[in-house]
Design a protein around this ligand. Structure first.
Ligand SMILES: Cc1cc2nc3c(=O)[nH]c(=O)nc-3n(C[C@H](O)[C@H](O)[C@H](O)COP(=O)(O)OP(=O)(O)OC[C@H]3O[C@@H](n4cnc5c(N)ncnc54)[C@H](O)[C@@H]3O)c2cc1C
Length: 383
C-alpha cells in the first residue's frame, strides 16, 4: 500500500519494499506467462519460499515471521499487484490454510505441520463450500461418523482453492445433524492420499487462472481420530475464526490490485494521444483518475487504521471483523480499474482484462459482498 495518512513503521516499510521489488522485477514481467499457462512457475514459487512469504503470519515459534495485521496487509497488497494466482498461493497458506491448525490443533499437529507450511514445503486447502451450501455454511451435508479409532467422512466439496495441488485439507463435516452450527460441525485434517479421498473436476473460473479451484470427494474416507481439530463440534467456531480473520486482508488485497490499476491507468492517460493531446489532458479522464485515487486513499487509511488498531477496532460498529472494509474495498476496488466500463476504456491494450476477471473473486471468496453487508447490519441491529 503506497501512501496514506497513517505512517508505516520502518520494519513494515522494509518488508514492503523487498516484496515490491520481487513483484515488479520477477513476477510482473511474467504475468502473461502465468496467465497463459495457468501456473505459477516453480522458480517464482521457490523465490517466494526464500523470501519467507509462505510463513508471513505463522508464529515465530513455528518458524514463520509472525507478522501482525498491518504488516501482513501491506505485504498482501504488494503481492496482489500481480496475478491473483500468486496472491492465492500466499494468502491461503497464511490464513485459512493453517489457521484451523493453529487454533484447534494439538501441540503435536502444530509442530508437525506449521514449520513445513512456513517453509512453503506444501500447499493446504480449506474445504468448506459444497454444491448445496456456500454462504450458509451450516447447511453443509458432508458427514463424519466415528468408527472405533477412526472418523469416516462422506460428501463432496467444491470451489476449493488449490484442491488439485494441496497436500493437506482442513475439512468441515457434520457430526450432529440436529445441532449443526451449535456444536454439530467438526473439523478434520485430511492428508492427500487418505483412503477414500479423491479429487473431482477442476473448476475453471473467470479469473484466478493458476489457483486451481476444484472438487474434493470423500467416499468412506478414513482418518485417524487424532486428525480431529479441537473438540467434536468445535468446527463452526473454527470456520468463523478463520474467515473473520481473513476479511481485513482481502480488503488489503483489493487495494493492492487497485494501486496497480491506477498506476497503469495514469501511465496510459499520459502516453495515449487523441485529438493531438494525451487523453489525460481531458477533464473527463482526469476526474476518473482523481476519483479512483480518492477512493483508494480512503480505503488505504481504513485498512491501516483497522489493521494497526488491532482488536480495539472490533468495538466500533461495522468494523467488528473487517466486514465493512472488505465490503467497501472489495466493491469500489472493482471499479478503480477493472469492472467499471469507464475506467476499463482507459486501459485498453494493457493487462487490465485479466484484472477485470481476477478482482471479481475478491467479492466472493470467504463470504460474498452481500454476506458482508448482512454481517454489518446484524452487528448494528444487535442480532
Ligand atoms: C475463486 C474462488 C475460490 C474459492 N475458494 C474456496 C476455498 O478455498 N474453500 C472453500 O470452502 N470455498 C471456496 N470458495 C467458495 C466461496 O466461499 C463461495 O462461493 C461463497 O461463500 C458463496 O457461496 P456460493 O457460491 O454457494 O453462493 P450462495 O451462498 O449460493 O449465494 C448465491 C448468491 O446469493 C447471495 N446470498 C446468499 N445468502 C444471502 C443473504 N442472506 N442475503 C443476501 N444475499 C445472499 C450471495 O451473496 C450470492 O450472490 C471459492 C469461490 C471462488 C469463486
Amino acid at each position: 500500500m503506497e501512501s496514506s495518512l497513517i505512517d508505516l513503521p520502518d520494519d513494515v516499510i522494509a518488508i514492503r519494499d523487498t516484496v515490491r521489488r520481487f513483484v515488479y522485477e520477477q513476477v510482473i514481467p511474467r504475468e502473461h506467462e502465468i496467465e497463459e499457462q495457468a501456473l505459477v512457475p516453480p522458480d517464482i514459487v521457490q523465490r517466494m519460499r526464500e523470501l519467507g512469504l509462505f510463513g508471513l503470519t505463522i508464529p515465530e515459534a513455528y518458524g514463520g515471521m509472525g507478522l501482525g495485521s498491518l504488516a501482513y496487509a501491506v505485504v498482501s497488497g504488494e503481492i496482489s499487484k500481480a496475478n491473483s494466482a500468486v496472491r492465492t498461493y500466499i494468502t491461503v497458506n497464511n490464513s485459512i490454510g493453517y489457521k484451523a491448525i493453529l487454533l484447534g490443533g494439538s501441540d503435536q499437529q502444530r509442530r508437525e505441520y506449521l514449520p513445513r507450511l512456513a517453509r512453503g514445503e506444501f500447499l493446504t486447502s480449506f474445504a468448506l463450500t459444497e454444491p448445496g451450501a456456500g454462504s450458509d455454511a451450516q447447511g453443509i451435508q458432508t458427514s463424519a461418523v466415528r468408527r472405533g479409532d477412526r472418523w469416516i467422512l462422506n460428501g463432496r466439496k467444491h470451489y476449493i482453492s488449490h484442491a488439485h495441488r494441496a497436500e493437506l485439507f482442513t475439512v468441515f463435516a457434520v457430526t450432529d445433524k440436529e445441532r449443526r452450527a451449535r456444536g454439530g460441525i467438526s473439523a478434520f485434517l485430511v492428508p492427500k492420499g487418505s483412503p477414500g479421498l479423491s479429487l473431482g473436476k477442476q473448476q475453471e473460473m473467470m479469473g484466478g487462472r493458476g489457483s486451481h479451484p476444484g472438487e474434493v470427494v470423500f467416499e468412506d474416507c478414513e482418518v485417524p481420530s487424532e486428525n480431529l481439530l479441537g473438540e467434536v463440534g468445535y468446527g463452526f467456531k473454527l470456520i468463523q475464526a478463520c474467515l473473520n480473520d481473513g476479511r481485513l486482508n482481502l480488503a488489503a488485497c483489493a487495494i493492492g490490485a487497485a494501486e496497480r490499476l491506477l498506476e497503469m491507468g495514469t501511465e496510459y492517460a499520459k502516453i495515449r494521444h487523441a485529438f493531438g493531446a494525451p487523453i489525460g489532458a481531458n477533464q473527463g479522464i482526469q476526474w476518473m483518475l482523481a476519483d479512483s485515487a480518492t477512493e483508494l486513499e480512503a480505503a488505504r487509511a481504513g485498512v491501516r487504521d483497522r489493521a494497526g488498531e488491532g482488536r480495539g477496532a472490533q468495538r466500533r460498529p461495522g468494523v467488528r471483523h473487517g466486514e465493512a472494509l472488505r465490503h467497501r474495498d472489495g466493491e469500489p476496488r472493482r471499479r478503480s480499474g477493472a469492472p467499471d466500463p469507464r475506467r476499463r476504456r482507459l486501459h485498453e491494450g494493457l493487462p487490465i482484462e485479466r484484472f477485470y476477471r481476477d478482482v471479481r473473486m475478491l467479492t466472493i471468496v470467504e463470504g460474498t459482498s452481500e454476506i458482508q453487508r448482512r454481517s454489518i447490519a446484524r452487528f448494528l441491529l444487535g442480532f
